[in-house]
Design a protein around this ligand. Structure first.
Ligand SMILES: [Zn+2]
Ligand SMILES: [Zn+2]
Length: 132
């Protein structure tokens, strides 16, 4: 299992799938292919958890390899690729409406009664932090 630390914002939900083509050369081993893992994220706009497959189809790494080595550990490389493929600001959907900055209602579930002045997702986030 990759040691992707579960946090308040993301969780690893399943095993890592990889489909790699490995070539052993004289002094190194080159692996290329795709890696994917199912993860869940806390939406930065509405704070709901959602699952998404993180996939890197252009995975490529090369590691030093000698005949003394019995195996190479690709785990750090795969972990790096997954981390790079992660979105820095995960949203459950591109048109997630987020939370109402006034009453905190999830606007994806419908409109609230507030007369919204500005659609300011940052103040919704501030509200979230205050509740913690
Ligand atoms: Zn959302
Ligand atoms: Zn509201």
């Amino acid at each position: 299992m990759l040691e992707l630390a579960d946090s308040d914002e993301l969780r690893v939900e399943g095993p890592i799938y990889y489909d790699l083509h490995v070539q052993v050369a004289t002094h190194d081993v080159v692996a290329s292919g795709s890696v994917s893992v199912l993860m869940s994220f806390c939406c930065v706009r509405c704070a709901k958890w959602f699952s998404r497959e993180i996939r890197e189809d252009a995975f490529l790494c090369s590691l030093p390899f000698t005949t003394d080595d019995e195996s190479v550990d690709l785990t750090p490389e795969i972990r790096e690729a997954i981390i790079l493929a992660l979105s820095a600001h995960p949203v459950c959907s591109q048109d997630c409406k987020g939370l109402c900055p006034q009453c905190g209602r999830n606007l994806n579930d419908g409109k609230c009664g507030c007369t919204s002045q500005v659609n300011d997702s940052w103040s919704a986030l501030d509200g979230l932090k205050l509740e913690e």
